[in-house]
Design a binder for this molecule. Structure first.
Ligand code: NAD
Length: 429
């Protein structure tokens, strides 16, 4: 029987703890979420009927600061997935040194089946249901799969209606007009690109332009592909939930995205078109994309797409995890044996939460930065974290994922010790 996503996630922590011991109390606190909220969201549908959706918000750990994490709308959202994503957020924020703990939220819904007005009512209903559980100094949501800046705008508006106060820092990833940050929209893909560029020489992939396949051509995958193509790399394949396209000579990510956007029935929250309808190119399946003979594979969609089933057939020389949890622990073992480095999610996709942090800081000070400043601050943070993870990998002779956990554990452990553990008290006796 395959293990739950949460068990998989905790398996990664166990592996890091084999190499880097932390205080027993720190470990205990990292094994379970701080709090888990499940809510029912009644939504009046366009035809007058009422539907009730299930929503979740998990605050995993707040040792380093207020909890932070996105909100996912997807039919497969469940409490196991949300707490796994909240767990990863805890380590992600710590790897890049942000003053945040980890959280995540989600609603079990297929948003493609809802009208835009129904999505607005659902989003306001979700915010209303979780409003007492969150706060600018408590827990700060953001976008994730199938949520975007428009949805964050509705949520911040709803929160202001509830609290009768202007508090833009309650949600990040907002539209610029409602207090969003320059550069937030593309920050996750950009951060992934910076991490990859910072590490590739150290991974033996320096110098020459590389061939890249991107699974999941959404916000994160698109911006990574665009920046990589601008830097001279060849994006040979991209995909979305409906299928993949392949072109040996290289695709133009901006052109593909334009076609994808133009095929939207509503120029709004969701795209009915799909990259596989961009017919000039060879159509392949998502599974075939993962197994292409490329230099770099970039999973940017959902969890558990690279497993013990297909890991052996993966030919890429390096994997950059822009999605959360795309590789199972069994597959990691295969890559370790084959010497294929995996730049792990908790580092590779940390650019999003980093610029969310910048947005929160800007909202709290009321002073807004130009895009170049956002990007250069993001690069400084990602470059530093990437160098630390590479160094720790060498020092402990462990894969990059374990090195990233060690880097996060060091920071979390310091915070636990600073708050006082049994050992502090025992020493005084
Ligand atoms: P998105 O909704 O913009 O895009 C998701 C893309 O994945 C869509 O193109 C969708 O069609 C595609 N997809 C869905 N199922 C698929 C499948 N089975 N095979 C191939 N493609 C499929 O979402 P996003 O914000 O780009 O998020 C993508 C991943 O990045 C998620 O794992 C998310 O948790 C992670 N992430 C996002 C952010 C962020 O700031 N948005 C930050 C960190 C991590």
């Amino acid at each position: 029987m395959s293990s739950s996503v949460f068990e998989e996630a905790k398996g990664q922590l166990d592996k890091a703890l084999e190499h880097f011991r932390i205080d027993e109390e720190s470990e205990l606190r990292l094994r379970t979420p701080k709090s888990v909220l499940q809510v029912s969201i009644p939504v009046r549908m366009d035809d007058g009927s009422l539907k009730v959706f299930q929503g979740y918000r998990v605050r995993y750990n707040d040792l380093l600061g207020p909890t932070k994490g996105g909100i996912r709308y997807h039919p497969n959202v469940n409490v196991d997935e949300v707490q796994s994503l909240a767990f990863w957020m805890t380590f992600k924020c710590a790897v890049v040194g942000l003053p945040y703990g980890g959280a995540k939220g989600g609603v079990t819904v297929n948003p493609k089946e809802l009208s835009l007005l129904e999505i607005e009512r659902l989003s306001r209903g979700y915010m209303s249901a979780i409003a007492d559980f969150i706060g600018p100094n408590v827990d700060v949501p953001a976008p994730d799969v199938y949520t975007n800046s428009m949805i964050m705008g509705w949520m911040v508006d709803e929160y202001s209606n509830i609290t009768r106060e202007h508090k833009p820092e309650i949600v990040t990833g907002k539209p610029i007009a409602l207090g969003g940050s320059e550069g937030r929209e593309e920050a996750t893909g950009r951060g992934g690109f910076y991490a990859f560029e910072a590490m590739r020489s150290g991974l033996g992939l320096g110098g020459k332009p590389l061939t890249i396949a991107v699974q999941g051509f959404g916000n994160v995958g698109y911006h990574f592909a665009r920046l990589a193509a601008e830097a001279g790399h060849r994006i040979v394949a991209v995909s979305d939930s409906k299928g993949a396209i392949y072109k040996k000579e290289g695709l133009d990510p901006v052109g593909v995205n334009k076609v994808k956007q133009e095929q939207r029935e509503l120029k709004a929250a969701y795209c009915k078109g799909s990259v596989c309808e961009f017919v000039e190119h060879q159509q392949i399946t998502n599974e075939e994309l993962l197994e292409l003979d490329v230099d770099v594979l970039v999973p940017s969609a959902l969890e558990k797409v690279i497993t013990s089933e297909n890991a052996d057939r993966i030919k890429a020389k390096c994997i950059v995890e822009l999605a959360n949890g795309p590789t199972t622990n069994d597959a990691d073992v295969v890559f370790e044996k084959k010497g294929i480095p995996v730049i792990p999610d908790i580092l590779a996709n940390a650019g999003g939460v980093t610029v969310s942090y910048f947005e929160w800081v800007q909202n709290r000070t009321g002073y807004y930065w130009p895009e170049e400043e956002v990007n250069s601050k993001l690069k400084a943070i990602i470059d530093k974290a990437a160098a630390e993870v590479l160094d720790l990998g060498k020092e402990y002779k462990v894969p990059l994922r374990t090195a990233a956990y060690i880097s996060a554990l060091r920071r979390i452990n310091e915070a636990v010790k600073a708050k006082g553990t049994l050992r502090n008290f025992s020493m005084r006796r």
